[in-house]
Design a protein around this ligand. Structure first.
Ligand code: ZN
Length: 271
C-alpha cells in the first residue's frame, strides 16, 4: 500500500495530513466471528466485487479516532455480542447503555459517511441533504464526546432484532447466515432516513427523526409514523432484509469464482 494512500484527512476529527488506519466499516469483531462459517460474504452498497476482495477495508480514521471507537466495540463484544452468540438471547438491558448506543451509532455513522462521501450515493436525490445533515450531527456529537464538551445527542432511535424474529422464511435466514452488510436508505413511504446493518444473525436499524424536518405527509401517515414507529420499522426492516438477502445471494452466485474464494480465504488468514 502506498504511503500516500495512508495519509489524509480523518473523517471524524477532520485532522488533515494525518496517518489513517485501514479499518472495516462494520467492525472487525463481526468479521472475525463470522469467519467460522465456510462461505462468508460481505457486501456494502451496490458493488459486491470490491468488498469481497478487500473485506471492506477503508482508510477512514486516524489512530485516535479508531481507538475511541474501539472502546465501544470492546464493550459491545464483551458485554453483549459474545453472550448473544452463546445463548441466542438478546440482553435487552444493554440497549439503553451508553456504550451500546454509541457502538451502534458509530457503525451507522461509518456506513453513512462511506455511502455519502466514498460511494457518492443519493446524488441528485433530495434525501441526500437529509443524510448529510444527520451525518454532520453524529460527527459533531462524537467530537464533543472525544473532547469532553457538552453534547447534543442526535435525534435517532436504534432497533436491534434477531433475524429470526422478523423473518420467518428459513431459506432467507440461511442465505443471510454467512453475510455482513450495511447501507443507508430512505424509506419513501414514511419519509424516514435509515441505516441498516446485518451480521451474525442480528439486524441493527438506526432511524433518524427530527421534529424540525418538514415531511410531505397525509395526516394518516404522519399520525402512524409518530405513534407506531416501532411497528413501522419492524415491517419495513422485514421487507428490506428479505429483498437484500435475495439480491445479495444472486450477486454472490454471479460473481463468486474459485479465484475470488481463494483471495477471501487468504484475507481471513491474515486477520
Ligand atoms: Zn481522527
Amino acid at each position: 500500500m502506498s504511503k500516500n494512500k495512508n495519509t489524509g484527512t480523518c473523517a471524524l476529527c477532520e485532522k488533515t495530513n494525518i496517518q489513517l488506519r485501514a479499518s472495516h466499516l462494520i467492525p472487525k469483531l463481526a468479521y472475525t466471528r463470522t469467519r467460522t462459517t465456510k462461505k462468508s460474504r460481505f457486501r456494502a452498497m451496490n458493488d459486491i466485487k470490491q468488498p469481497l476482495q478487500d473485506g471492506e477495508k477503508k482508510y477512514l480514521l486516524c489512530d485516535n479516532c479508531e481507538e475511541f471507537f474501539s472502546g465501544f466495540e470492546t464493550q459491545f463484544a464483551n458485554k453483549f455480542l459474545d453472550n448473544f452468540l452463546k445463548s441466542k438471547k438478546l440482553n435487552k438491558k444493554c440497549f439503553k447503555e451508553s456504550w451500546f448506543q454509541n457502538y451502534v451509532l458509530s457503525v451507522a455513522w461509518r456506513i453513512m459517511y462511506d455511502d455519502l462521501y466514498n460511494a457518492g450515493s443519493f446524488t441528485d436525490e433530495s434525501c441526500r441533504s437529509v443524510f448529510e445533515e444527520y451525518e454532520n450531527s453524529v460527527r459533531k456529537y462524537f467530537n464533543t464526546l472525544i473532547n469532553n464538551l457538552p453534547q447534543t445527542v442526535p435525534s435517532c432511535t436504534h432497533y436491534i432484532y434477531k433475524v429470526d424474529e422478523i423473518v420467518s422464511e428459513a431459506n432467507i435466514i440461511k442465505l443471510l447466515e454467512p453475510s455482513l452488510f450495511g447501507y443507508c436508505y430512505f424509506d419513501g413511504e414514511y419519509h424516514l432516513p435509515i441505516v441498516i446493518s446485518y451480521y451474525l444473525g442480528l439486524v441493527f436499524v438506526t432511524v433518524f427523526h427530527d421534529a424540525n424536518l418538514i415531511f410531505i405527509d397525509t395526516p394518516k401517515k404522519a399520525f402512524k409514523r409518530k405513534y407506531c414507529l416501532s411497528k413501522i420499522i419492524r415491517e419495513i426492516t422485514c421487507k428490506e432484509i428479505k429483498e437484500e438477502a435475495i439480491q445479495m445471494a444472486t450477486m454472490y452466485r454471479e460473481n463468486m469464482t474459485p479465484d475470488l474464494q481463494e483471495k477471501i480465504n487468504k484475507y481471513y488468514n491474515k486477520l
